[in-house]
Write a protein that binds this ligand. Structure first.
Ligand code: BEZ
Length: 436
């Protein structure tokens, strides 16, 4: 890898960068805010005195060099509420990659400024504004919730500021609400659900009941699963939307599912909501009684230990699995466990890949973030070997083109993990609503 570069800029490079970050330089160490972290000791961006002032020897025609200003990355992720653990995992994966890259991208020391996304779109929009307007970050990454992504979309679009989304799957951002300024390193909500609809109808049953949280990601889950499930001969016998972010007492919802006597239940829940649902599913005696399927977030490695045996046998679709057999996954999962003491999970993978995409993008523009179109060009062309397989972005949907794996929760040597049952092939978002 060619990530390590000296943090010395030529005068031309420095001035180019100065054009964008003049305010930030003026602010200097007062650069505020919660969660500002330089990943290596960043030298202050002060000009080096001309050589002639230090010696009597005339300066060669050498171009004076100055230390490059830090690369300021705004990170907007949930550190509170039901998706807090997702935010922590994405952050851990991203910071792990930045450290592997020596804390430097395009010759600039990486400085991360974190803000809490929470789950409320209006509050998250204020945080995005603060990162862009007060902290003067070079670009923003993060966003877990589809509702928040929809809420900040117009802000990034009208300000022509780059947002690299590391989770939220809102389909519209790859379709009718697409903007050149928002790209995803994660997935669209359509991707993990659509191929599983076909598989479920062919392998599990033809009568399904769907249960999802009542917000954008839940709605996307319904349309994607329903589209392919019905095309394969299945029937949706009911749809249940539970309150978001907190579903409250899950028992009435689960009782309603059981009473409908479906051949399978299909769900999307993640983080705290996934644990709430799965525990109640077990306590009400439904584990192993009604086949339960989901997008993989519901039974991902971050929540499995808390869900316990209720999750055994749940089958799900996702763009990664702990057991995925490739050299990059083996290296990543081992390093992540050594660093955090925990098994890796899909959110950590997304953070890690986002970190690498950022470093490669900034290297490609030699640290010059002044031209957002050049940044976007560089980002769109990035491809590298990842724990999920090859990471590459589809120019049409501005999201990864990636394989979806059908996984099953099994007891592996005394602990619950997702085991890959089948590769459902490379899945690329269609870029429109024709397939759900
Ligand atoms: C979403 O809101 O798009 C989302 C949240 C958690 C996991 C996956 C998707």
């Amino acid at each position: 890898m060619t990530h390590r570069k000296a943090t010395i800029f030529t005068r031309r490079q420095f001035l180019r960068t100065l054009g964008v970050t003049a305010g930030a330089l003026a602010a200097g160490p007062a650069l505020s805010a919660c969660g500002a972290t330089a990943l290596t000791a960043a030298p202050a961006a002060t000009a080096v005195p001309p050589t002639a002032a230090l010696t009597s020897v005339p300066a060669p025609t050498a171009v004076p060099t100055v230390a490059a200003p830090s690369l300021k990355i705004g990170v907007l992720l949930p550190y509170t509420d039901i998706y807090a653990a997702l935010g922590e995992n994405i952050t851990a994966g991203m910071e792990m990659y930045f450290e592997e890259a020596g804390g430097v991208a395009g010759g600039r020391t990486i400085k991360v400024i974190k803000e809490d996304e929470g789950t409320a779109p209006d509050k998250a929009l204020e945080k995005a504004r603060k990162l862009v307007e007060q902290d003067e970050v070079d670009f923003v990454t993060g966003i877990v919730s589809s509702g928040v992504l929809a809420g900040v979309r117009d802000y990034f679009d009208s300000n022509k500021k780059l947002l690299i989304c590391s989770n939220a799957g809102a389909n519209a951002l790859s379709r009718g609400a697409k903007t050149p300024y928002i790209w995803r390193t994660s997935f669209t909500n359509w991707q993990p659900n659509w191929p599983v609809g076909t598989w479920a109808a062919e392998n599990v049953g033809k009568k399904a009941y769907i249960s999802v949280p009542d917000y954008g990601a839940g709605a996307n889950t319904i349309t994607a699963f329903q589209n392919s499930f019905e095309a394969a001969g299945g029937t949706i016998i009911g749809v249940q939307k539970t309150p978001f972010p907190n579903m409250g007492d899950p028992a009435p919802f689960i009782t309603e599912l059981a009473a409908a006597n479906p051949e399978l239940v299909y769900c999307f829940y993640s983080g705290g909501a996934a644990v709430t649902f799965m525990k109640a599913w077990g306590e009400l005696g439904l584990a192993g009684q009604i086949p339960l399927m989901s997008s993989g977030f519901m039974v991902e490695e971050d929540v499995l230990p808390a869900e316990g045996d209720a999750a055994l046998g749940v089958r799900s679709g996702l763009h990664w699995a702990l057991s995925l057999d490739n050299a990059d996954n083996a290296k990543f999962t081992e390093a992540y466990k050594a660093r955090t003491g925990k098994d890796a999970n899909v959110f950590a993978v997304q953070g890690y890949d986002t970190g690498r995409a950022i470093v490669e993008m900034i290297n490609a523009v030699e640290g010059d973030t002044s031209d957002v179109d050049a940044l976007i060009d560089a980002l769109g062309g990035i491809s590298f070997p990842s724990p999920r397989g090859t990471f590459a972005l589809d120019a049409n949907s501005q999201a990864p083109k990636q394989h979806i794996y059908l996984r099953e929760v099994q007891n592996v040597g005394g602990a619950l993990h997702n085991v890959v049952i089948e590769d459902l092939g490379e899945i690329v978002d269609p870029g429109d609503d024709s397939k759900g």
